[in-house]
Design a protein around this ligand. Structure first.
Ligand code: C2E
Ligand code: MG
Ligand code: MG
Length: 482
């Protein structure tokens, strides 16, 4: 703006000088030689001015292009992470703010179903919807594929949660073909001495806390989360060595027949006795292993441990019940999954009916055809297949009729005390699953009251702390011997 005013001033000055020269020549104050000389000089000055302005303008444009490349995302036109962190450094001192890490949970589904062009359109739509909901003194940025970040004015958790819920609802209502699933991790800035990248990191930690839970929208950071935020290097530097040293231990959690109160199976759940960090629960490392593909080795290791256990129990005359092994989305993607499974199971001469495979509900949507093919082959061999955490994702009862699985494991969220809606969903899912010849297991059963409810609903199986926590091999052997 300032620059344009300068150019205008220069142009006016030149026009005034031209008029002045004309007047002086007409009044015969100067002769034609001087007139021509001054006019030529003026033309050279204005020409040079134009050239300099052009060069200046080009430089300005180049600088802006470089800045755009450095600071803005091309698809969404939003500031990128670098710009966000720089701006956050400034505004964090201007008032009470919080940092929000926003994830589109089912982003991969968008990419798979719609491809890159439509997904980019969706990202633009997300960016525009977010822009409409932030004030001038707030920040918004696109971090990477499925992540956005915001710095918002903060009053209280309640007010913020309501605001984020409203933003979520608007986006969900406007998204047509696939229901968008968002989650928000929030760090309220309580200590301004933290760098902006640490603040964003804290918001990320809070968000990751709810990454497997599709029913919770917001998660606020608190200092207790710190200990679970294990350094990536502590996971990646020790995993191979731990696998060799058998620091990964399989625990077993019983599944019960609700009406008979009898154990009908076990689930194998991994624990890591980390050389530096002590016992770690799977939630703190499975995500990393899924990214670096180490989960492929770990899942086959768990299957082998399970086969060894069954083989040992056979020899020792301990009652054998089927044991389920959790498989990850990476397992489904690898081509030799079935042959790898077969090699292990045959090595210990285990009958397939003693092994069950659990696939979480969200895997189905990643690649439905692949999933159906794998289940078919597993079934042909004689394995049992179940869907884990049903309802935690897209809750599509509609999809059930296309799923040739044996058991549906309903996510533990639906049993929570304050969820009357959850109980209705459980009741309906049981009815529908029965019509489709599937068994239903409800996860996370913690009280007698919940067991009574499940009995009333004619639920087949249940699993949870009410019956047993996941137990070490010694403990489970004692339980099975009773
Ligand atoms: P999941 O397969 O849904 O396993 C059930 C989780 O719920 C287990 O957590 C179990 O300890 C917990 N749980 C059981 N009963 C109750 C209850 O009454 N109340 C509550 N609040 N929780 C209960 P865990 O062992 O921490 O495992 C978490 C998740 O990690 C598992 O969820 C599974 O998705 C994954 N996971 C565990 N082991 C493996 C593995 O060997 N391979 C793969 N790919 N994933 C695994
Ligand atoms: Mg499971
Ligand atoms: Mg589960």
């Amino acid at each position: 703006m300032k620059k344009n005013t300068k150019e205008l001033e220069l142009a006016i000055l030149i026009i005034i000088l031209v008029i002045l020269l004309d007047t002086l020549y007409l009044l015969k104050v100067i002769n034609i030689v001087y007139f021509a000389y001054f006019m030529a000089s003026l033309m050279i000055v204005s020409l040079l001015g134009t050239i300099f302005t052009y060069i200046d303008e080009r430089k300005r444009k180049e600088k802006k292009q470089i800045e755009d490349l450095m600071y803005y995302d091309k698809v969404t036109n939003l500031p990128n992470k670098t710009k966000f962190l720089e701006d956050l450094n400034f505004i964090k001192n201007q008032g009470k703010y919080c940092v929000v890490s926003l994830e589109v949970k089912n982003f991969k589904q968008f990419l798979d179903v719609f491809g890159i062009t439509e997904t980019n359109k969706f990202l633009k739509f997300m960016a525009n919807s977010l822009k409409l909901n932030v004030e001038n003194d707030e920040l918004i940025a696109y971090i990477n594929e499925d992540e956005f970040a915001l710095a918002l004015k903060y009053d209280s958790n309640d007010v913020l949660e309501k605001r984020l819920t409203k933003i979520n609802n608007k986006i969900v209502e406007s998204s047509k073909s696939i229901k968008v699933v968002l989650s928000f991790g929030i760090y309220v800035i309580t200590d301004r001495r933290f760098s902006s990248s640490i603040m964003l990191n804290k918001a990320n930690v809070a968000r990751k806390k709810i990454s497997d839970n599709y029913n919770v929208l917001c998660s606020f950071y608190d200092d207790n989360m710190k200990s679970e935020n294990i350094e990536l290097s502590d996971i990646e530097n020790y995993m191979e060595e731990s696998l060799k040293h058998k620091d990964f231990i399989v625990y077993y959690q019983p599944k019960y027949n609700v009406s008979k109160n009898k154990i009908i199976g076990l689930e194998a759940l991994i624990r890591w006795i980390h050389p530096k960090r002590g016992i770690l629960s799977p939630d703190s490392f499975i995500g990393v292993f899924e990214k670096n593909n180490f989960i492929l080795k770990l899942d086959m290791y768990v299957l082998e441990e399970v086969c060894k256990t069954i083989s040992k129990w056979k020899k020792n005359g301990i009652k054998i019940v089927p044991i389920s092994v959790n498989l990850s989305r990476c397992d489904l993607e690898k081509n030799n999954l079935i042959s790898d499974i077969q090699k292990i199971v045959k090595k210990y001469s285990i009958e397939p009916k003693y092994i069950e495979f659990e696939f979480t509900e969200s895997i189905i949507y990643d690649n439905m055809n692949k999933f159906l093919n794998v289940i078919n082959v597993l079934h042909q061999i004689g394995y049992v297949v179940s869907i884990d955490d049903f309802g935690a994702g897209h809750s599509s009862l509609n999809i059930l009729k296309n799923l040739p699985v044996d058991t549906l494991k309903i996510d533990k969220e639906f049993l929570s005390e304050d969820s009357s809606k959850g109980k209705i969903i459980i009741a309906n899912t049981i009815t529908l699953a029965k019509d489709l010849n599937m068994k239903v297991l409800v996860e996370g059963v913690e009280s007698k009251k919940q067991v009574s409810f499940l009995k009333k609903m004619n639920c087949d199986y249940a699993q949870g702390y009410y019956y047993n926590k996941p137990l070490s091999i010694k403990e489970i052997e004692n339980v099975l011997k009773k």
